[in-house]
Design a protein around this ligand. Structure first.
Ligand code: TXA
Ligand code: MG
Length: 338
C-alpha cells in the first residue's frame, strides 16, 4: 500500500488541499455528477502515468480532460466546429464529452496516443472548483479499478483505490450514475460513441444528424473499426454471471425459477417488487432512476456473493440506451428473449 487513503468531506478546505496534491502531480478521487473520477493534471505526464497505474488501465485507452470554462476548451484543442459550440451552449456544464483534435499541450500519454482529446465541462460544483484551483485541465477516468463497475459514492472509490491514491473528496451520491455521453464530429454529424444522460433525442434537438455508433449495441470484433478504444474492453463486470432477460414479469419469474441457483439474484423494477418471490435488488422504474442505481447494484451483487444475476431489460430509448449499453457490457452481451 503506497498511500494512506483519506476520504475528506466536500468543503473548501478539502478542495484546496486536493488542488495542492494535483499541483504536485498526485491523483485525487473527484466527485462529478456522472460518476467519481480519478483526477490528475492532464498536462503532467508523470501524474497521468499514476492514473493508469492506480486503475490498472491499458495505456492505449485515452483519458477525458475536464475543464471549467470555455477558454480552456480553446486552449487545448486545435479545431472546434460550430456545432461543438452549439452543443456546449445547450449541454455544458453537464454530462457530455466531445472528442476534438488536440494540440501539443495535451501529451500523447493523456490521449492514449491519439491526435484527439475528449473534453468535458462537468456540472458538479466541487469538480469545477477543483479544476479552477488546480489551474489546469484534469484528466479523469472513472475511479474504479479497470473492469469494475464505475463508482457512484466515495465509499466505492475507497473500496477500489484504498492505498492507491492519497485523497478522495466525498461529494455524495453521483446524481446521474452513468458516465457522460461521448460524441465525435464527422462532417456535419455527431456520432455517439458512448450513450449517457444526454440522450440521442436531446442531441437531435440541436442537430438533425445524429449517428449511434454500432459498438453501443453490439460487441466489437477484431476487424471492426474501433472509434473509441474504451469500447473494446470488457467493462463493469461483477463476479456474477449476468444475463439480461427480456420479457414480461410473469415470464421473467418463470425463467428465474427454472434457472436459479442458491445464490442467484435478480435486478427488477420497483413496480415488480410486490409480486417477485425471489432474492432481488430493485433498480427503479424510470430510465433516470435506473441509471442512478445500476452501478451501485452491480457492486452490491458482489458483496452479496451472487453467482448469477438476471436483469429485467430496460427501455432502449432516451437515458435507457445508456442503461442498456452498460448492462450489455456487464452481461458480456448475453440477452435472453422470452
Ligand atoms: O462521466 C464521465 O465521462 C466520467 C467522469 C469521471 O467524468 N469519466 C469517464 O472516463 O467515464 P473513462 O476514462 O472511464 O471513459 C472515457 C471513455 C473511454 O471509453 C475512452 O475510450 C473514451 O471515453 N475516449 C476518451 N478520449 C477519447 C478519444 N480521444 N477518442 C475516442 N474515445 C475517447
Ligand atoms: Mg470508465
Amino acid at each position: 500500500m503506497k498511500y494512506n487513503t483519506v476520504i475528506a468531506k466536500d468543503d473548501n478546505i478539502s478542495i484546496i488541499h486536493a488542488s495542492e496534491l494535483i499541483k504536485v502531480g498526485e491523483v485525487v478521487g473527484m466527485p462529478t455528477e456522472t460518476v467519481y473520477g480519478l483526477a490528475a493534471d492532464a498536462v503532467n505526464e508523470e501524474a497521468v502515468k499514476k492514473i493508469f497505474e492506480a486503475k490498472g488501465r491499458p495505456q492505449d485507452n485515452p483519458l477525458i480532460c475536464h475543464i471549467c470554462n470555455m477558454g480552456m476548451l480553446e486552449k487545448y484543442t486545435s479545431f472546434i466546429p460550430d456545432l461543438a459550440y452549439k452543443l456546449a451552449e445547450a449541454f455544458w456544464p453537464g454530462p457530455l464529452t466531445m472528442i476534438l483534435p488536440k494540440n501539443d499541450l495535451i501529451p500523447l500519454s493523456t490521449s492514449g496516443g491519439l491526435d484527439t482529446v475528449g473534453i468535458r465541462f462537468p456540472a458538479h460544483r466541487s469538480a469545477q472548483k477543483l479544476i479552477e484551483l488546480s489551474g489546469t485541465p484534469l484528466a479523469a477516468p472513472s475511479a474504479n479499478l479497470s473492469g469494475s463497475p464505475s463508482p457512484t459514492t466515495a465509499k466505492h472509490v475507497y473500496d477500489d483505490m484504498n492505498g492507491r491514491i492519497p485523497y478522495i473528496i466525498d461529494g455524495g451520491d453521483s446524481e446521474v450514475g452513468v458516465e457522460s455521453t461521448v460524441i465525435s464530429f464527422e462532417n456535419n454529424s455527431v456520432r455517439i460513441l458512448r450513450p449517457g444522460f444526454i440522450s440521442a433525442e436531446d442531441l437531435l434537438d440541436i442537430t438533425e444528424n445524429v449517428i449511434i455508433d454500432n459498438g453501443i449495441m453490439h460487441s466489437i470484433s477484431e476487424t471492426d473499426k474501433v472509434r473509441s478504444p474504451g469500447m473494446k474492453y470488457k467493462h463493469y463486470s461483477p463476479k456474477a454471471d449476468v444475463t439480461i432477460v427480456d420479457g414480461n414479469l410473469i415470464d421473467f419469474i418463470k425463467y428465474v425459477q427454472e434457472n436459479k441457483t442458491e445464490n442467484t439474484y435478480s435486478m427488477i423494477f420497483n413496480s415488480d417488487k410486490e409480486n417477485f418471490p425471489y432474492k432481488a435488488l430493485v433498480y427503479g422504474d424510470t430510465s433516470e432512476e435506473q441509471a442512478a442505481l445500476i452501478f451501485k447494484n452491480l457492486r452490491e451483487f458482489d458483496e452479496l456473493g451472487a453467482d448469477r444475476v438476471f436483469v429485467r431489460s430496460p427501455e432502449k430509448d432516451g437515458v435507457g440506451l445508456a442503461v442498456y449499453n452498460r448492462l450489455l457490457r456487464a452481461a458480456a452481451f448475453k440477452v435472453i428473449k422470452l
